[in-house]
Design a protein around this ligand. Structure first.
Ligand SMILES: CCCCCCCCCCCCCCCCCCCC(=O)SCCNC(=O)CCNC(=O)[C@H](O)C(C)(C)COP(=O)(O)OP(=O)(O)OC[C@H]1O[C@@H](n2cnc3c(N)ncnc32)[C@H](O)[C@@H]1OP(=O)(O)O
Ligand SMILES: Cc1cc2nc3c(=O)[nH]c(=O)nc-3n(C[C@H](O)[C@H](O)[C@H](O)COP(=O)(O)OP(=O)(O)OC[C@H]3O[C@@H](n4cnc5c(N)ncnc54)[C@H](O)[C@@H]3O)c2cc1C
Length: 615
């Protein structure tokens, strides 16, 4: 018999003014997609051995990893078996697009994450047809487990500064991989330490002493039978982190390690047997995997933010605290407008990121299709947009997830709420796949170029077209959506123009272009991410805003119910559908090993002699 649902949550659900299932269907891309997703979740989450006997937070660092590998093999087998052979690729993608299924199994991500997130995309994007056929067969069946090894101890952002070398030996038709210094060691790749046995390595190619730029190589580093590191390979784990502690991030050093010529992924650039180098049509095509993952991250942020606000809004409907009016009893904390302000922006942002992710994915698919036909025209715009949206969505999601945590008081600080772990996952994305400031400066680079083109009368791409609108600075905008958008476009224009004026001022003062850029870089980042509107209009918008909060209030629980996260995926004492918060907090507390006995052995060993002055 299912447990009794909290009365306040029942009332909230009765108050809701819209059809929750309809919104769920919309988010999934239709009623059939919702059904497919639920069917997949039912199948996979009914698999034995997927969940922890002891809560992960009470395991050691090593036990956490070993337990995660145990679950990963069960999980990925269950995912394979759950695949509906009659489904189209698109239906399958839709079923997983919104599902955070893996989050039900791994609070801190899977030791196989990089295999799916980057190793497979790197093969698909960087291998020639023959290589793709061979490696995709092995990788998709998980006969091998891979990762993506680009970052080094000494370099992450500056890819052109990577020190790992790949020197071509025409006599043996091999590449010799080498880490010339400690800082050249690959450092950070997920799954690298003890899980994977192959990786795509980004290394500096040299032929006859000449640099041929950074190229991708598929490298085996562990024996497939014994899992021992191969000769000339130094491996290890980089240590405990804020989060991602079951992703098994590792380090790898090469000592004159030889690989066959056909292990360089040769879709874009090629090395012939005699050492002839055939250059890529665009050296940045090698960076294509990063563009793909940045696109995927935007959708990942929408889902993780939705999960956090679901937990916080349901808890805020159950938690009663303080006194809003004398003798009126303790109100639900969701009735405080400050609580609505903290949480409703998170709901809206998650929907905004979902729609943005869909738009960006379509743009990525179009540009990728064009690249296949040799048309690289829109690659720069895709790069600039993917950088901006990855940076903005990860920054905003980190802020809003942390705000969801602190809006739940002390219970939000409990690991059993799962809000700290969700924060650990999303805040990592501000750094990986391109640190956010660095990416915003990439976008700024495109904005400055676009404004210069606009000022010389050239046509701009659709996403940059606001820079060619001669919008009057005296524009008055109203509270309509169109008015607000016009206002933001005007201000965004002004930010870019101001940054450019600043750079020109520095150049006139005698600084070189690079120093002028650096001196203006704070403004350049603001131009890429930040749009604010002038003081007078904030007051007008504020009234509208507070009025909107009131309109959302009766529907807040319905809005998060529509995300349709089952309890196992929320994995939270505060966010379960039935709202039995206090019973769940106690149930989880009693699982602490410290509660197995009333007096801990440290009393007799340390406390008692200490208090009796015998230590
Ligand atoms: C998340 C996926 C989930 C998938 C589903 C799986 C389910 C499992 C669930 C678990 C999920 C968790 C998964 C965790 C994933 C973690 C992955 C993390 C992996 C990594 O972090 S990999 C390493 C990432 N590293 C970076 O991104 C490095 C950032 N640095 C750069 O990109 C470049 O160095 C930078 C900053 C662009 C500067 O390079 P530089 O050479 O100096 O370039 P310039 O500034 O001089 O610009 C030159 C020129 O090139 C253009 N350019 C640059 N980059 C690109 C690009 N990528 N594409 C196209 N064009 C590019 C730039 O615009 C300039 O053009 P100009 O015409 O202006 O000269
Ligand atoms: C959880 C996690 C998982 C990861 N997984 C992988 C993986 O699987 N594979 C992989 O290859 N890498 C991985 N990484 C590494 C990640 O890609 C790098 O950390 C990232 O690219 C930043 O590089 P860095 O750490 O060397 O910082 P640096 O490049 O040294 O930058 C440090 C700081 O310097 C400043 N800075 C640097 N360059 C500039 C600039 N041009 N302009 C202005 N400021 C600048 C920024 O403030 C930046 O934060 C992972 C990282 C994390 C945190």
């Amino acid at each position: 018999m299912s447990a009794k649902v909290n009365d306040d949550l029942l009332t909230e659900r009765r108050k809701c003014e819209f059809n929750v299932e309809e919104l769920t269907n919309y988010l999934d891309g239709g009623a059939q997609a919702t059904q497919n997703r639920r069917k997949l979740e039912d199948k996979v989450l009914s698999t034995k051995g997927l969940f922890d006997e002891v809560p992960e937070e009470y395991l050691s660092h090593k036990e956490k990893y070993e337990n995660a590998v145990r679950k990963a093999v069960v999980y990925y087998k269950a995912m394979k078996e759950a695949e509906d052979p009659n489904q189209t690729e698109q239906e399958r993608a839709n079923a997983t697009y919104r599902s955070l299924l893996h989050a039900a199994v791994f609070k801190d991500n899977s030791p196989f994450s990089l295999h799916l997130a980057m190793f497979i995309p790197a093969i698909l994007g960087q291998a020639d047809e023959e290589q793709k056929k061979y490696w995709m067969k092995r990788a998709s069946k998980m006969e091998i487990i891979g990762t993506y090894a680009q970052t080094e101890l000494g370099h992450g952002t500056f890819i052109r500064g990577l020190e790992t070398t790949a020197t071509y030996d025409p006599k043996t038709e091999e590449f010799v991989l080498h880490s010339p210094t400690l800082t050249a060691y690959k450092w950070w790749p997920g799954s690298l330490a003890h899980t994977a046995n192959y990786c795509v390595v980004m290394a500096h190619l040299y032929i006859n002493g000449k640099s041929c730029g950074i190229q991708p190589f598929i490298v085996q580093f562990r024996d497939e039978e014994t899992h021992q590191p191969l000769p000339g390979i130094k491996l290890g784990e980089i240590g405990a982190k804020l989060g991602f502690n079951t992703v098994n991030n590792g380090f790898l050093g090469f000592d004159q390690h030889r690989i066959p010529r056909n292990r360089m992924l040769m879709k874009n650039a090629q090395v012939l047997k005699d050492g002839t180098f055939k250059r890529s049509p665009n050296s940045k095509l090698t960076y294509g995997t990063m563009v793909y993952v940045r696109v995927v991250i935007v959708n990942g942020m929408a889902n993780q933010l939705a999960r956090a606000v679901t937990i916080a809004v349901r808890y805020s409907a159950v938690r009663r605290q303080s006194e809003l009016k004398p003798d009126a009893g303790e109100p639900q904390i969701l009735d405080y407008v400050t609580q609505q302000h903290k949480l409703f922006i998170g709901i809206a942002s998650s929907h905004a990121f979902t729609l943005t992710a869909k738009w960006l994915t379509r743009m990525y698919q179009k540009v990728t299709a064009d690249l296949e036909k040799g048309n690289l025209d829109e690659l720069p715009e895709l790069h600039a947009i993917a950088c901006c949206l990855k940076a903005v969505t990860t920054t905003d999601t980190s802020v809003l997830v942390e705000r969801s945590r602190t809006s739940c008081g002390g219970h939000g600080y409990m690991l059993s709420s799962n809000l700290p772990q969700i924060y650990g996952l999303v805040t990592a994305a501000c750094t990986y796949e391109g640190e956010n400031t660095v990416l915003m400066l990439q976008t700024a680079r495109s904005l400055v170029k676009a404004l210069e083109q606009a000022q010389s009368g050239k046509r701009l791409s659709p996403t940059m077209s606001y820079l060619s609108e001669k919008v009057s600075s005296r524009l008055k905008w109203d509270n309509s959506i169109d008015g607000i958008v016009k206002g933001f476009r005007r201000v965004a224009y002004g930010k870019v123009e101001s940054a450019m004026r600043s750079m020109r001022k520095y150049v006139r003062s005698g600084l070189g272009p690079e120093d002028a850029w650096n001196m203006s870089s704070v403004q350049l980042v603001a131009a890429s991410e930040y749009t604010s509107i002038s003081e007078a209009d904030i007051r007008q918008l504020q009234d509208t805003y507070e009025d909107l909060l009131g309109k959302i209030r009766p529907n807040a629980v319905g809005l998060v119910d529509a995300f349709d996260f089952r309890d196992q995926i929320l994995n939270s004492t505060l966010g379960a559908y039935d709202g039995r918060v206090y019973e769940r907090l106690m149930e989880e507390a009693l699982k602490s090993p410290l509660n197995a006995e009333p007096v801990n052995q440290s009393f007799h060993k340390y406390l008692k002699p200490f208090m009796q002055g015998k230590l």
